[in-house]
Design a binder for this molecule. Structure first.
Ligand code: GLA
Length: 420
């Protein structure tokens, strides 16, 4: 009897806290201010880069005219440093009127008129990480209601300036408060990143019930070292992280920095390949007004996006690491696979690799597989399990393969690569 009521209570608890917004059955895609624009608030000296409605509107325009929206990049998010340092007379957060003179609701209207979605940021704690007013346990409801009244579509909820107990109460409470607004708001929780990212401190079952995505680890910086350290952490902890992800609930290794200053062309491919394999949100932080054609071409790679957005929603894994060679693999719907072969070596020589589908454990389809090179946008031919696949992987670079069972019809080259 006691056991029964305990399990009933637990079920009721989960039901009452479950996030029920039906969003992001595939990983969200979009753009966010933080990595590239940080906390620039001086619009007098840096009008083009300060956190302001002008910046967001400029990016909204680019997302439409640059072809980003059509490919799925629809979330446009303001990170920290958007508000005034004081709440208004009714206790609500308020945007800095110098930088957001039209207010957030008008900005949301603008973003929606472009077919995009607006994201905003707050922090479970006394202050945001940048020192702006945070959301305390007492203000969760009023803040959720304020964001919904502005018709915001996403909330990134950071975790500076609170302790573990407050977070354990506050993150589920915000989930309930967002649900109660009746507006579907993508809920991105930074909670696990503040608790070391691993059980027993982090309960991924609970997170999957209350959040749509969550940061597990430290902030991405504009460097190859940073990308490598993130890859290393996700590989080391994949037994815990992989089962936590699925449709509507994603691990977030942080923003894409392709198009910024720190990564070479080859290194950008690596970040994109691994983020696609990990079923990670593809949230760029870069300048879409000045982005190079090369970076744009990588971020707009249709086959890469097809892999990231696979409807099975199964996160991939690092399946091999020998010295500076890594193999990452993701299982997709209908027996498809994606494989990234990464060379983290920096000795300057494109590394010759001979492999086969058999060696990659991709043998289920007796008719064999069609192989595509994702970044070269090339059809490589039909392969049986023992056919040799000869590749050359550039230093700090990757070759990414899309592997399609020969017996299953598919959309053909045109969809993946554009006109061929
Ligand atoms: C933390 C987060 C970052 C960003 C900043 C804002 O560091 O992890 O992604 O939101 O705060 O201050």
């Amino acid at each position: 009897m006691y056991l029964l009521s305990l399990s009933l209570l637990l079920t009721l608890y989960t039901l009452s806290t479950a996030l029920d917004n039906g969003l992001v059955k595939t990983p969200p895609m979009g753009w966010m201010t933080w990595e590239r624009y940080r906390c620039i608030t001086d619009c007098k000296n840096d009008p083009d880069n300060c956190i302001s409605e002008n910046l967001i509107k400029a990016m909204a325009d680019r997302m439409v005219y640059g072809g980003w929206r059509e490919l799925g990049y629809v979330y446009l998010s303001i990170d920290d440093c958007w508000s005034l340092k004081q709440r208004d007379s009714q206790g609500r957060l308020q945007p800095d009127p110098d930088r957001f003179p039209s207010g957030i609701k008008a900005l949301a209207d603008y973003v929606h008129s472009k077919g995009l979605k607006l994201g905003i940021y707050s922090d479970m704690g006394n202050y945001t990480c940048g020192g702006y007013p945070g959301t305390t346990l007492e203000t969760i409801k009023i803040d959720a209601d304020t964001f919904a009244s502005w018709e915001v579509d996403m909330l990134k909820f950071d975790g500076c300036y609170s302790n573990s107990t407050e977070k354990a109460i506050g993150y589920p409470k915000m989930s309930v408060a967002l649900n109660a607004t009746g507006r579907p708001i993508l809920y991105s929780c930074s909670w696990p990143a503040y608790e070391g990212g691993l059980p027993p401190q982090v309960n991924y079952t609970l997170l999957g019930n209350i959040c749509n995505m969550w940061r597990n680890y430290g902030d991405v910086q504009d460097s190859w070292d940073s990308v490598l350290s993130i890859m290393k952490w996700y590989a080391a902890n994949q037994d815990v992280l992989q089962p936590a992800a699925g449709p509507g609930r994603w691990n977030d290794p942080d923003m894409l920095i392709t198009g910024d200053f720190g990564l070479s062309y080859e290194q950008s491919k690596v970040q994109l390949a691994i983020w696609a394999i990990l079923a990670a949100p593809l949230i760029m932080s870069n300048d879409l007004r000045t982005i190079s054609e090369d970076a744009k071409d990588l971020l707009q790679n249709r086959l890469l996006i097809h892999i990231n957005q696979d409807s099975l929603g199964k996160q991939g894994r690092q399946v091999l690491k020998v010295g500076r060679l890594e193999v990452w693999k993701r299982e997709m719907v209908n027996g498809q696979y994606a494989v990234a072969i990464v060379n983290t070596g920096d000795d300057g020589i494109p590394k010759p690799i001979a492999t086969s589908l058999g060696m990659l454990n991709i043998t289920q389809c007796p008719a064999g597989y069609k192989l595509y090179d994702v970044f070269e946008k090339e059809f490589l031919g039909y392969f049986k399990s023992n056919t040799l696949i000869n590749l050359k992987v550039n230093p700090t670079g990757t070759v990414m393969l899309f592997i399609h069972p020969a017996s299953v019809p598919h959309h053909g080259h045109r969809k993946y690569f554009g006109v061929m």
